[in-house]
Design a binder for this molecule. Structure first.
Ligand SMILES: [Zn+2]
Length: 306
């Protein structure tokens, strides 16, 4: 190879290096610019992510706010419904109270019109005032009265119960007769006088003291049958007495002084009207009027003539 050929080959090499150099430079630039692009996109992505997270957070907050508002609305609604129901209940209560009040007024009126003496227990210590006269007294039809006993009177409202009882007994073949019913204080005093004459001081133990108040009330009656025809202890052995023991309560009557009572001597003939309610309850409890507490008895005043 000659020198000119050597120069040409050097030139080529030189050019080659230059081209190679530029190529590297170009490639380097490309890589750098790609890298820049990647960095840019990466940053962009981070930004996007951040804004998305923020958006999600915002949505979550919005959801929470909405949920809370919904809950609040629900609470308000529930409270309103509760208040409405409470109001309705109060109205119902008020209506109940009014009707109860009306009922109470009715009961009070009934009690006020019923003489409390009619269910009063009397004793030798506590007896009816001598001036007491029953407000409503009616004559008993003669057919119910034992012959020669004269006119007899009974408390007007209780009279129908008495006559129904005697009629009912008659239907069952039992002949009940009235010996004595309403007795005024004066009549009673006279009677006590008679008894005293016959029985001496022992008269105080029956007829006059305890029983008189009930007769003065107009709701007590002495009953007999024609075989005994008087206020005698033998009346307890009659069919009439057995019928009364079994049925008198249905007409509101009860034996004031039953056998073996601790309040007064046994008077099988002496029956007092105490109302069907009380007489029935006493009969069921196998108790007598005088064995029950006065306050308990007073509770029956309202239904005395039912
Ligand atoms: Zn009597």
């Amino acid at each position: 190879m000659d020198s000119s050929q050597k120069t040409t080959s050097h030139n080529f090499l030189y050019i080659f290096w230059i081209i190679l150099g530029f190529t590297f430079l170009g490639a380097g630039y490309l890589i750098w610019s790609q890298y820049q692009q990647i960095v840019f996109l990466h940053n962009q992505l981070i930004l996007e992510q951040a804004s998305t997270t923020e958006a999600i957070l915002q949505l979550t907050t919005d959801k929470d706010v909405l949920t809370e508002k919904l809950n609040q609305t629900e609470t308000i609604l529930t409270e309103t419904v509760d208040r409405l129901n409470a109001e309705r209940d109060r109205n119902d209560d008020f209506e109940d109270q009014i009707s109860q009040l009306a009922g109470t007024v009715g009961i009070l009126d009934k009690v006020a019109k019923t003489d409390p003496e009619l269910l009063q227990k009397y004793s030798k210590v506590y007896f009816l005032n001598e001036n007491y006269i029953p407000a409503n007294i009616k004559k008993i039809s003669d057919k119910y009265i034992l012959s020669n006993k004269g006119d007899q009177y009974f408390q007007g409202n209780a009279l129908t119960f008495l006559t129904r009882m005697i009629d009912s007994a008659a239907k069952a073949g039992v002949d009940l007769k009235i010996i004595s019913a309403y007795r005024s204080f004066e009549t009673q005093s006279d009677l006590k006088g008679q008894y005293s004459q016959v029985y001496g001081t022992g008269a105080n133990t029956f007829s006059a003291d305890q029983g008189y108040s009930e007769h003065q009330l107009g709701t007590a009656v002495d009953l007999t049958d024609p075989t005994v025809a008087g206020t005698f202890l033998t009346f307890k052995d009659t069919e009439a007495y057995a019928w009364l023991q079994k049925n008198a309560y249905k007409y509101g009557f009860g034996l004031s002084y039953p056998e073996d009572n601790t309040f007064y001597i046994f008077e099988p003939w002496h029956w007092r009207f105490v109302g069907v309610d009380l007489a029935t309850d006493l009969h069921r409890a196998n108790a007598s009027f005088y064995s029950w507490d006065q306050r308990k008895i007073d509770g029956y005043l309202v239904s005395l003539f039912d």
